[in-house]
Design a protein. Structure first.
Length: 349
């Protein structure tokens, strides 16, 4: 099982500048590369200070010049916000800049807040049709001349300029949850990325079952797709039995903020939105610190290794260390370094 880093610039107030936030992201990426992580993933989000990435491409292009081995993953771009020509060309350019280290993840999108501002208020739940049309069109553009007459996009003969370095194409990933999204990924020769969010390892097992069912439904697919599990991760020292509470509190604040943005009920102020009050979750036991200790990947190195062994036995190809958690850069750095020094070596080939 390989490891990757899932990361965004993250601001919770004006005390950290955008410039410093990006320097922090670069430092954590270099720690991940030195530890042998396979990929750094940066997604796409708009107008949100708590997850800053209007496009992963310029950040990943900069990281390409600052690193030598780690792959640069768009994790993920939001299909309804991208024309196929733009998606093909920008991703291919990243592959050229990085000398063949680009990976592209694609999702249908989730925040109605973003769809209200970038897609004319289209329901976020309608994004799947855009994903289904985007994936094959991007592949054809990477291959050469191609005209497209789809339900969503139409354009005359065009091609991706430049062409990607990797052949036949850079790895493509689909953010999947439903059986239908797993099936689409497998049928279209894409890898699968999943997140159990605030649910426990039984959700990981359920997602793996959907992935395996999709593979069984498509015996014609000869390449077994990879499966990545993305999970909030916080590692604390073995001699600090209460250290888990720091990570659980930070991740709880993150999810309460996610709830506020996802609910789309309050207009943010200059990109900031207060977390939903803890009282709102009185009947939601998954929001308690104890529950998050169990569901998120929080623990000492030995505890984390034990859980990751279970993921490995399930057939998970890649575990992505999700670093967004509302904590300070120094707290994130200590956690990642502990993972790099004491967890990752246990899985070295």
């Amino acid at each position: 099982m390989k490891f990757s880093l899932f990361i965004h610039m993250e601001r919770w107030d004006d005390s950290v500048s955008h410039e410093q936030s990006f320097r922090n992201l670069v430092e954590l990426t270099k720690i991940a590369e030195d530890a042998g992580f396979s990929t750094v993933w940066i997604g796409e989000h708009h107008s949100m200070e708590y997850t800053i990435s209007p496009s992963p491409m310029p950040q990943l292009a900069y990281l390409a010049a600052q690193t030598t081995r780690i792959h640069l993953g768009a994790g993920t771009i939001i299909a309804p916000f991208w024309n196929p020509l733009r998606a093909a060309g920008e991703t291919a350019l990243l592959d050229v800049i990085s000398n063949g280290r680009a990976e592209i993840g694609i999702a249908r999108g989730a925040y109605q807040f973003e769809f209200d501002r970038l897609a004319g208020g289209m329901p976020a739940t309608d994004g799947g049709a855009y994903l289904h049309e985007l994936v094959p069109a991007v592949r054809r553009l990477w291959e050469g001349d191609y005209s497209h007459d789809g339900e969503i996009w139409q354009f005359p003969t065009s091609t991706s300029v430049p062409k990607p370095v990797q052949q036949p194409h850079p790895p493509m990933w689909i953010a999947a949850r439903s059986p239908e999204s797993h099936d689409f990924a497998v049928a279209n020769d894409c890898n699968v990325m999943v997140t159990p969010l605030m649910k426990g390892d039984e959700e990981v097992e359920s997602l793996v079952s959907k992935y395996e069912a999709a593979i069984n439904n498509h015996p014609e697919v000869t390449r077994r797709p990879k499966l990545m599990v993305l999970r909030h991760t916080f590692v604390h020292a073995e001699n600090d039995p209460e250290g888990w509470k720091v990570g659980a509190a930070g991740i709880q604040r993150y999810y309460r903020t996610f709830d506020a943005w996802f609910g789309n009920k309050t207009t943010p102020t200059n990109g900031f939105l207060e977390p939903s009050p803890i009282e709102k979750f009185a009947d939601r036991p998954e929001f308690t610190l104890d529950a998050l200790h169990e569901s998120a990947m929080i623990g000492t190195p030995s505890e984390v290794i034990t859980r990751l062994r279970h993921y490995e036995r399930l057939g998970v190809s890649e575990f992505s260390f999700w670093s967004d958690n509302s904590l300070s850069h120094e707290e994130k750095k200590r956690s990642l370094e502990l993972f790099a020094q004491e967890v990752a070596p246990a899985f070295a080939e």
